[in-house]
Design a protein around this ligand. Sequence first.
Ligand SMILES: [Zn+2]
Ligand SMILES: [Zn+2]
Length: 240
Amino acid sequence: MAGPTNALAPSQREALRARLNAAIPAWYRPWVHLAFPSLVGLGVIACALALLHPLTVWQLLTVPAAFVVLNAGEWRIHRDALHRRTPGLTVLYDRHTPEHHMVFLTDDMAIHSSREFRLVLIPFYGILAAFFAALPIPAVLIALGHFNVAMLFMATTMAYVVSYEWLHLSYHLPTGSFIGRLRLIAFLRRHHATHHDPRLMQRWNFNVTVPLWDWVRRSIYRETGRKDEPANESAGATAG
Ligand SMILES: [Zn+2]
Ligand SMILES: [Zn+2]
């Protein structure tokens, strides 16, 4: 099922933002929410790299190969689970399409306070979910005798998830902040900000990290007047 394709009226958007902020529990610590997945991810990477046996050049190719697979996975999960209600994964849709996308729009992407990390970051246990979801692949690789490939695959997966979190949060920082002013962040933010147009979000710019798979799948939005084209099964986009 596709989600909404129109932006809320300004007053509705403000009310939604106020309601979501009011729902953040008093115990919520934004910097812990950012640090937990980062430390788990970096910890797994450090362990995986420490366990490596002497490497061959061919084994090192695991890193770019895994990156491409993960980039394609990010594209597909964003399109199919974050923008469509998928049984078992509805928490992803509920936090993304009707909340994250309705609060942050192309021309108004910045969080108002660090407590709004909660409206941007994936749930804190997401890094653990990614670890356990990826685990069968290194398990099979180890069973087949490819220990180094297994370790590099796991390290790349964790690095990808941590990068996703850091980059996505960076795009939602004020543009005048130290991180928001960085050229690379400004470049990548434009790609993601376009995706934050409710008329475009169901169809274009699904990569939040590097827009490689958007390029492969020809889903990079370019200003050619295609905005009014029906997005898959959901037609009739109007407001912005
Ligand atoms: Zn976003
Ligand atoms: Zn989205």
